[in-house]
Each structure stands twice: as structure tokens, then as C-alpha cells.
Ligand binder design. Structure first.
Ligand code: ZN
Ligand code: FE
Ligand code: FE
Ligand code: ZN
Length: 264
């Protein structure tokens, strides 16, 4: 089974479960590795209402330690964070990277300017937005995140489609430059199964993006983005088949920010 590196904890205020609950779910799913990657703090605080505060980092590390205790030798616990890529965040991400011996850092684009476009709270804003322009801005931001080289894993590549706002025509015009930026930088992308359970009803990224990524030699991890224990490794069989159909034959593992490969 591939590892599941993108999972949350209640510290972000929109996930549920205990470390023990997640560990039991990971063991039951047959995972070799369970990686914890809650929404990292952002500055200035309070930044929004869906992440841990900086002062809660020790509590987060306790949560990880509790998971390790619960896991014993049944599943390997990995420690990471899901960091938001924001204008001018580089210094702070560097600081966060030094706070613990992380196994990996995940980078995510959830914000375009001050709009967290994937938040159902602001769904109305989509109606006032030009989808083509929003997509252009999203992918430009995503490429910049890749070029920063700060992250091991780039999360949910086409999250911008979450509520099914997709411009007409061939989407390669958005995909090509970002594929090039990711390939040049060496970070890996995720096949995030949560998209199957969102209005877009498609995993992130779309099959075409996955195909281009595989051809470009971009590494892959399969992730659930679990916000509850019963979402651990959700749809992983379906995801493996999708990855193989796109041309992938291996997935990536991370330990202390060093990569290795695993046969898919
Ligand atoms: Zn979340
Ligand atoms: Fe995310
Ligand atoms: Fe997440
Ligand atoms: Zn996420």
C-alpha cells in the first residue's frame, strides 16, 4: 500500500478524531506509513479560522508523539505540515521548517490574494469572478510555489476546480507551464482522492494533468487529505489504477525530507 501523507488533526478546527483513531484506521487500511500534515500556522495571526495557531505547535508535536505511541511497530508515523503558499511567506516557511525534524512539507495554494477560493463560505464570490482569469492566476501562483523549492510535495494540483468552475476548451494551456516548473524543480505532486467527494467529483489533479506529469517524470504520492479517521486511504485502489493508467509505475516515500521510491 502507498503511504498516506496528507491527513489532518482537530487542531485546524475542521477535522475530527484522535491520534489513536487515525492510527487504527491506517493499520486497518494496510498502510505502511501514516503521515500527519495539518494546516500550518500563517502570519499575521489570527490569519483565518481553519488552521492551528503558532502557539499550538507544541500541541501538534504532542499529537504526533501520541500517534507514534499508538502505532508501535504496526505502521510508520511520518511528521509533516500542509503549508499555505502566500505572497512573502518564504521566510516564515523557512522558520517552520526548522521547528522540527519534519519528514516532508506539503505546499498548497488555497489563497489567491486574500480569497481562500476553496472555502465553501465564499462560494458566492465565484459567481462574480471570471473563471478564465481565476484559473490563470491560480496556475501562475502554483508554478511560483513549485519554483520556490520550499516544499517536498505539492498538494491537490487543480484544487481550483473544486466547485466545478472550469474554463472551456483544452486545459493544457494552463497545465503545460506548471508541469514544466514542477519538473524543473524536482518536487513531487499528490494524487489527492478528496476531490472525488467534492462538487467536482474528480480526484485532484485531472487525468490529463496526471498524464502530463508522468511523462515529465514528476514524482507522485497518493493522499487522502483525511479530515476524519474513516477517510484515511479512502479510494486508494481507484487512485492506484488512475495513476497506472496515466503512466505511473512508482510512488514516492519521504523520511526526514529525503525521497525514495516504492513500486506502484
Ligand atoms: Zn483542511
Ligand atoms: Fe489543502
Ligand atoms: Fe489538507
Ligand atoms: Zn489539503
Amino acid at each position: 500500500m502507498p503511504a498516506d501523507y496528507h491527513t489532518h488533526t482537530p487542531l485546524c478546527k475542521h477535522a475530527s478524531g484522535t491520534p489513536e483513531g487515525y492510527v487504527e484506521a491506517a493499520v486497518a487500511a494496510g498502510l505502511d506509513e501514516y503521515g500527519i500534515s495539518d494546516h500550518a500556522p500563517c502570519r499575521p495571526e489570527p490569519f483565518d479560522d481553519w488552521r492551528m495557531l503558532e502557539c499550538e505547535l507544541p500541541e501538534y508535536l504532542d499529537w504526533i508523539a501520541r500517534a507514534e505511541t499508538a502505532a508501535r511497530d504496526r505502521v510508520i508515523v511520518r511528521a509533516g505540515m500542509e503549508c499555505d503558499w502566500l505572497k512573502g511567506c518564504e521566510g516564515f516557511i523557512g522558520e517552520l521548517a526548522g521547528k522540527y525534524d519534519w519528514d516532508y512539507l506539503i505546499g498548497s495554494v488555497h489563497y489567491l490574494g486574500d480569497w481562500d477560493f476553496d472555502n465553501p463560505k465564499w462560494l458566492g464570490k465565484w459567481a462574480q469572478t471570471d473563471v478564465e482569469a481565476t484559473w490563470s492566476e491560480y496556475w501562475k501562483t502554483y508554478a511560483e510555489m513549485a519554483e520556490s523549492g520550499l516544499f517536498d510535495i505539492l498538494a491537490h494540483p487543480d484544487l481550483v476546480k473544486k466547485f466545478s468552475h472550469v474554463p472551456p476548451g483544452d486545459l493544457d494551456r494552463f497545465y503545460d507551464p506548471v508541469i514544466e516548473a514542477i519538473a524543473a524543480n524536482g518536487s513531487v505532486i499528490e494524487l489527492n482522492t478528496a476531490g472525488w467527494h467534492k462538487p467536482c467529483t474528480e480526484a485532484y489533479p485531472a487525468p490529463r494533468f496526471l498524464e502530463l506529469a508522468a511523462s515529465a517524470g514528476i514524482g507522485l504520492v497518493i493522499s487522502s487529505d483525511a479530515h476524519a479517521p474513516n477517510e484515511i486511504a479512502r479510494d486508494f485502489q481507484k487512485a492506484r489504477e488512475l495513476a497506472r493508467a496515466a503512466g505511473y509505475r512508482e510512488t514516492q516515500r519521504f523520511e526526514k525530507r529525503k525521497r525514495s521510491t516504492e513500486i506502484l
